[in-house]
Design a protein. Structure first.
Length: 221
């Protein structure tokens, strides 16, 4: 018999109950997805995460008590390995960059299809990152305004990534998951995770998205 795909447990965070109910119904029709819990604001999300330890969190931005950006930041500080996708109606530049800086691994608008959302959830759960194309253009536009290192210049300093770490960052920038990177480089998936841990420490970041952004900003990849 084929090996059964593990179920991905989700936490839905949004201040609109009707939207949460709709998302729950749609996502639970997708194979391998299960909504483990819901929260109506960022504070409730922190409590629910501690209780449920879901695989992926879908986080709205504008909410009472504690907004999605602050909740994402606090969640990543308390549980560094948690995986959060911002799911919002807002594509304002400030929200985009605040959400990514807070540690979100995905940023999607609520008009995405259920299939696109399910794909994003699976990608992030496997260690990847996924950003709405229109949002990605904003990020790239922001990079174009940043000063880059001269082409061909090698990263300097004692904390610069090794060539292997840069190779892994380049593949991550293409959207490959840890498993896919391991396959490309003929490495164990655990080895790839160890490389990322070393890169995070060197760059002072918490996740793959921030590491790729930092490396691109420095002109390394």
């Amino acid at each position: 018999m084929p090996e059964e795909t593990p179920t991905i447990h989700l936490l839905l965070v949004d201040d609109q109950p009707i939207l949460r109910q709709g998302l729950r119904l749609l996502l639970q029709m997708e194979p391998g997805l299960h909504v483990a819990g819901e929260a109506g604001n960022g504070q409730e999300a922190l409590q629910a995460y501690e209780r449920l330890l879901p695989d992926v969190v879908l986080m709205d931005i504008r909410m009472p008590v504690l907004d999605g950006v602050a909740a994402t930041q606090q969640m990543r500080q308390r549980w560094p390995d948690c995986k959060i996708i911002i799911l919002t109606t807002f594509d304002d530049d400030a929200y985009v960059f605040e959400g990514l800086r807070a540690g979100a691994l995905g940023y999607l608008l609520k008009d995405v299809s259920t299939q696109e959302l399910a794909t994003a959830i699976r990608t992030v759960n496997e260690g990847g990152a996924l950003i709405e194309p229109s949002i990605a253009r904003k990020v790239l536009a922001e990079f174009s305004r940043l000063p880059a290192a001269p082409r061909g210049e090698a990263p300097g300093g004692p904390e610069a990534p090794t060539e292997r770490e840069l190779e892994i960052l380049r593949l991550a920038a293409q959207g490959l998951t840890n498993r896919q990177i391991a396959g490309e480089l003929y490495l164990a998936e655990g080895t790839v995770k160890n490389y990322f841990s070393a890169v995070f420490q060197k760059l002072g970041v918490q996740d793959r998205t921030q590491a790729v952004l930092a490396a691109q900003q420095r002109g390394w990849i």
